[in-house]
Design a protein around this ligand. Structure first.
Ligand SMILES: Cc1ncc(COP(=O)(O)O)c(C=O)c1O
Length: 424
């Protein structure tokens, strides 16, 4: 197994990046806080928020032919181009909705309505937005629902298990890129190519909401028909979800103003500010890439930037687990259990899934909070977590989800508090 990177960003880059986020060291009330809850909504980039505000001030409709209107229309065009470039998608369509869940439901139901009756394959660790869309569509449109089981050790779904549910009657396969609860990642290239080999007609839909902020996506190497992202999990804003759709999926009959192109998924007045804001996120990723390789084309910078983010997050995860010469890591504490990470190795997202043998997970979250660290307990009592936790054999876990702008001091403070909890 390849070793996880242990080198953090150089200090000058780290400082430059940290300055670009709101509330990195303190909360809204000005109280000191380390925000390790980014899987519930990531720290915000100032530039993404400022751009949204700047463009939102403009009253003009983007579908007019004068200068200001054209300028904000260009924001939409550029934003769509940036989303495609982030995913390295050729052609196809960009769709927008209020939430990532809504756009996921739309993609899955459109495919389910338009394809002949067959089966829909999903997994036990999908977020409810895709799982429920598959279940709903199966019930409404007469497909059989098939659910691939998760492996309890890795918190991911093995390819063989997924493939065992796919046959010539499979119409849709829905796969999460990275679980927002276990942190288990699926190799998109390997999985989608294998699904496509098994059934080249199946529509493949991917939930990249958790994966996109943490790893490079390259659709040119994958077989994907629909994939969604959520800016608020990727340093941007709530209130919007984006998707890329292949031409095949995009041109299936769907809700559309009928005078517009067959593949158009825009319905109603566009919001240029959402696209302009997202372009700032892509600019930021490029800025990281540029630090390492200098000026070059935007996709190359995105690749470098995302790969560097991933390396930094591996270093954070490594320190969380193994500590340093001066502080013990979570793995060295006798009352702490870390799930999934060991089996996943470098295929573990920056999510530490912990349980404690001496204290309830909810109590542990309280103690973290009292010590100015925000984490979250995923509990089976929540409909967002129940099925997923049960499928990996747990009823609760403490989810710790930093992002790449956190540094070794943040990690060490977390470890200091974890030791207090361990000794309670
Ligand atoms: C993996 C994953 N998919 C989809 C979603 C749905 O996002 P939203 O609630 O914004 O629709 C989430 C949100 O937590 C998520 O973590």
């Amino acid at each position: 197994m390849t070793n996880r990177n242990t080198e953090f960003f150089p200090k000058d880059l780290q400082d430059k990046l940290r300055n670009q986020f709101y509330f990195l060291d303190s909360d809204l009330n000005g109280n000191k806080r380390i925000f390790f809850e980014n899987a519930g909504g990531a720290l915000r980039l100032k530039s993404a928020v400022e751009k949204y505000v700047e463009v939102s001030k403009i009253p003009d409709s983007p579908v007019r032919d004068y200068d200001i209107a054209q300028m904000i229309n260009q924001d939409i065009t550029d934003g769509k181009k940036d989303i495609s470039m982030l995913l390295n998608a050729e052609g196809g369509e960009i769709a927008i909705s209020l939430t990532a869940s809504k756009i996921m439901f739309e993609m899955i139901t459109v495919a389910a309505i338009n394809l002949p009756k067959g089966n829909i394959v999903t997994t036990s660790i999908e977020h409810p937005s895709s799982y429920d869309a598959c279940e709903f569509s199966s019930q409404q449109y007469g497909h059989e629902l098939r659910v691939a089981k998760a492996d309890q050790g890795t918190g991911s779904v093995f390819l063989e298990e997924l493939l065992s549910h796919i046959d010539e009657e499979t119409r849709i396969v829905s796969l999460i890129l990275t679980s927002n609860i276990t942190g288990g990642m699926h190799d998109l290239k390997k999985y989608t190519q294998a699904i496509h080999e098994r059934n080249s007609e199946a529509i493949i839909i991917v939930d990249a909401v958790q994966g996109a902020p943490h790893e490079l996506i390259d659709l040119s190497k994958c077989h994907v028909d629909g994939i969604n992202i959520a800016p608020y999990k990727m340093f941007g804003l709530r209130g919007v979800g984006f998707a890329w759709l292949s031409n095949r999926l995009a041109c299936m009959p769907h809700h559309r103003l009928l005078a517009t192109a067959e593949t158009n998924w825009d319905l109603g007045s566009a919001t240029p500010a959402h696209y302009a804001s997202f372009s700032k996120i892509v600019d930021y990723i490029c800025e990281i890439g540029m630090y390492y390789i200098g000026e070059t084309d935007r996709r190359t910078l995105i690749e470098e930037g995302m790969n560097r983010i991933k390396l930094q997050e591996q270093a954070i995860l490594n320190r969380l687990l193994n500590g340093s010469e001066t502080i013990q890591g979570t793995k060295q504490l006798n009352n702490v259990m870390i799930h999934f990470e060991k089996e996943n190795g470098i295929d573990q997202d920056l999510i530490l899934a912990m349980t404690f043998s001496n204290i309830s997970n909810n109590k542990a979250v309280e103690v973290y909070k009292e010590n100015s660290i925000q984490v979250f307990a995923r509990e089976a009592s929540s409909h967002y977590s129940k099925r997923i936790l049960e499928s990996v054999g747990l009823d609760s876990l403490v989810r710790v989800s930093p992002i790449h702008v956190h540094n070794s001091e943040d990690v060490d403070e977390f470890l200091r508090v974890t030791k207090i909890i361990n000794n309670m």
